[in-house]
Design a protein around this ligand. Structure first.
Ligand SMILES: [Zn+2]
Length: 664
């Protein structure tokens, strides 16, 4: 008789071994972290003794579930903002809040909450990618969960790295620290192709290959990503990554929603683990991953909840049920993804996708003891039919709930017994989470109240010069001015010709500024557009002095490159109204009596406005300088147009409103 540390007896064992063996009235003997033997209770008890024998009362004994893609600390951002498009959700809310709040303590707390929720729902392994991954690994290891932890690398500054070089260094140190840990597998996590550069992806591949650790990433999550790649590189993202050599590493790719048959073949060829996230894909309307085609091609497809801010929970029972139902609906085939295959995706197939099937994913001698007990003797999971031995899978997938899980063991250690968590105290975690929620509320309420805060929150806004001196006059004809500017030997520093497409957002609050989204098309001498620039400018109300013949003012101006679509900014800033003005602008930068001035000769094209406008303007940080410039403007104006001009005090949006006619 050999000695076991623990024997679990009288269980209905769903082994998920290669023959999908089910052992009614089964038992498992465990020693240390490992499963010693699996078999009939009577057989196990004749070969093994133990001082710790648990009668399982006919409950289902299953391999622990695998949540193959999540961002655990986002439990603290659960419900922060919902019902948004992915870009507004991610770039407008998640990332700004993350930049402000994510810290090692945040990640520790968020991970502990995630682990408590996952253990309660029968998850024993999770794959994570986030920031301060060391805190996440540390919390998971202390609690006793198995985890693949990927240190995130992005092309832009993140909460834990000023630059991507810093992120790569952090990933190297993280991997070295956690390599060979019994529960944690360190990984490197370039967020996605679109949030990285070729150099970053290559560096990540090199690190992953060198240390023999997996790469966690997001691939082809949205149609937008796929379209961008086809437009920019003339190929979808998967072949592009292949060309780069990215798949030389062990890649685990979340989503793969928008991949065609060729890409599925490539993923299979390079043994890429694909992780399907049905709740997240449904909630963000990303589309339907072709998992039936992937599975029939032989790809290992696991299931993940994705982060709890886009799901919004970490319930693998719900996730696997959705996976099965959605697969049937989109293929119009009720035989698609039967319960047994679905259950494999959250156990053995998930383990294969994560490349850890030598450790976990099935109940077999030699594997780590990652086990859960599920009580199916409930109203919602009864009765039990015996005519089909596989019917237990349908009870598990279509009827069982996460709260039916009573016991959870990882690596031979109990994490939950009779629904009581053994390694986590929940009450203090909830209190701390609500504390964060209050602080995040204060941040968001303040931010939502100001267009400027919202602009700054999405990054790269810089403040423009505080003083702007300007005069605008209406002119009947542009020819005399153009002639003067060339004939009268002004010192011309630069000239340019643009077509400007402006959308002005206005806001209800009278204190609010006006936000301009501008597309500048640069036109060459032959009239061809050779460059386009997109900018956002937040224009504060003009203050200070207004003089009879010219305007001297100061105002706040914040400028940011507009890297997202007009639609993104509309949904993010939620203006109360907007208007569009298109104009043709000839611009000179001249030096006049030692000062620099811009001269704009503008023709409003849309809405149609009679005549043309001449603007003379200059910007400066210095008030004294502004006053000097203000004195020169009337003189320069007189030189250029004589007194044949009418000063206009209104700005273009007001002019357009009062006299614009829609283009015929
Ligand atoms: Zn994700």
């Amino acid at each position: 008789m050999a000695e076991a540390d623990i024997i679990l007896r009288d269980a209905n064992i769903v082994t998920m071994n290669s023959s999908y063996q089910i052992i009614p009235d089964g038992a498992v003997a465990i020693k240390g972290e490992e499963i010693l033997a699996v078999g009939k209770t009577s057989d196990i008890l004749t070969s093994y003794v133990s001082t710790h024998i648990l009668g399982c009362q006919g409950k289902a004994l299953l391999p622990g579930l695998i949540n193959a893609h999540t961002h655990a600390p986002m439990t603290l951002l659960r419900g922060l903002t919902d019902d948004q498009r992915l870009d507004v959700w991610l770039l407008g809310y998640m990332m700004p809040v993350e930049r402000e709040f994510v810290s090692p303590e945040f990640c520790d707390l968020g991970t502990r909450i995630a682990c408590a929720e996952m253990i309660r729902g029968g998850t024993t392994t999770f794959a994570d990618m986030f920031y301060f991954e060391d805190s996440i690994a540390n919390a998971a290891a202390q609690i006793g969960m198995r985890a693949i932890c990927g240190q995130t690398v992005l092309k832009f500054p993140s909460p834990d790295a000023e630059s991507y070089e810093d992120a790569l260094n952090a990933a190297r140190l993280f991997i070295q620290k956690w390599k060979d840990h019994p529960l944690i597998i360190p990984a490197i996590a370039p967020h996605s192709a679109y949030n990285c550069t070729e150099d970053i992806l290559l560096a990540c591949t090199e690190i992953a290959v060198k240390f023999d650790v997996p790469i966690l990433t997001h691939i082809a999550e949205t149609r937008l990503e796929e379209d961008q790649w086809r437009q920019t590189y003339d190929m979808p993202v998967v072949p592009w990554l292949k060309k780069l050599g990215f798949f030389e590493a062990k890649v685990i790719a979340a989503h793969c929603v928008h991949v065609d048959s060729g890409e599925i073949h490539t993923l299979e060829h390079f043994s890429v683990g694909v992780i399907h996230n049905p709740s997240s894909n449904l909630k963000l309307a990303s589309g339907f991953a072709p998992i039936i085609e992937m599975l029939s091609e032989g790809l290992c497809v696991g299931i993940g909840t994705d982060g709890p801010a886009s799901n919004n929970d970490l319930d693998m029972f719900e996730e696997v049920r959705l996976a099965s139902l959605v697969a049937k609906a989109v293929t119009n085939d009720p035989t698609a993804l039967p319960a047994r295959t679905a259950f494999a995706m959250v156990t053995i197939l998930g383990a294969k996708a994560l490349k850890i099937d030598h450790l976990t994913g099935s109940i077999e001698a030699g594997k780590r003891a990652d086990l859960i007990l599920v009580d199916l003797n409930t109203l919602h999971a009864q009765p039990a039919f015996a005519h089909d031995p596989d019917s237990i899978y349908s009870r598990l997938i279509y009827a069982a709930k996460s709260f039916d899980v009573t016991h959870v063991m990882v690596n031979g250690r109990w994490l939950m017994r009779d629904r009581v968590l053994e390694t986590i105290q929940e009450a203090p975690l909830l209190e701390a989470a609500n504390d964060y929620a209050k602080r995040i509320d204060v941040f968001l309420i303040e931010r939502e109240g100001s267009v400027l805060s919202k602009l700054i929150a999405i990054g790269d806004a810089t403040q423009g010069e505080s003083y702007e001196v300007q005069i605008k006059v209406r002119i009947p004809d542009t020819a005399p001015i153009l002639e003067k500017l060339t004939r009268d030997h002004y010192e011309i520093i630069r000239t340019a010709h643009y077509l400007e497409y402006d959308t002005y957002f206005t806001f209800d609050a009278p204190s609010e500024n006006r936000l301009r989204y501008r597309e500048d098309e640069f036109v060459d001498e032959k009239g061809n557009v050779f460059n386009v620039r997109y900018r956002l400018t937040l224009i504060g109300p003009a203050a200070e002095h207004s003089y009879p013949n010219f305007i001297f003012l100061s105002r706040s101006r914040f400028i940011a490159p507009a890297i997202h679509s007009l639609r993104f900014y509309r949904e993010y800033f939620k203006p109360s109204s907007e208007n569009e003005i298109n104009k043709d602008r000839l611009r000179w930068l001249i030096r006049y009596k030692g000062e620099d001035f811009f001269i704009n000769v503008d023709t409003i094209l849309q809405p149609k406005i009679e005549g043309h406008f001449l603007e003379i303007k200059s910007r400066t940080w210095s008030r004294v300088d502004a006053e000097e410039k203000a004195k020169l403007i009337p003189i320069l104006l007189e030189e250029l147009v004589g007194d044949e001009s009418t000063p206009v005090e209104m700005e273009y949006p007001e002019i357009a409103l009062s006299e614009g006619k829609p283009q015929a």
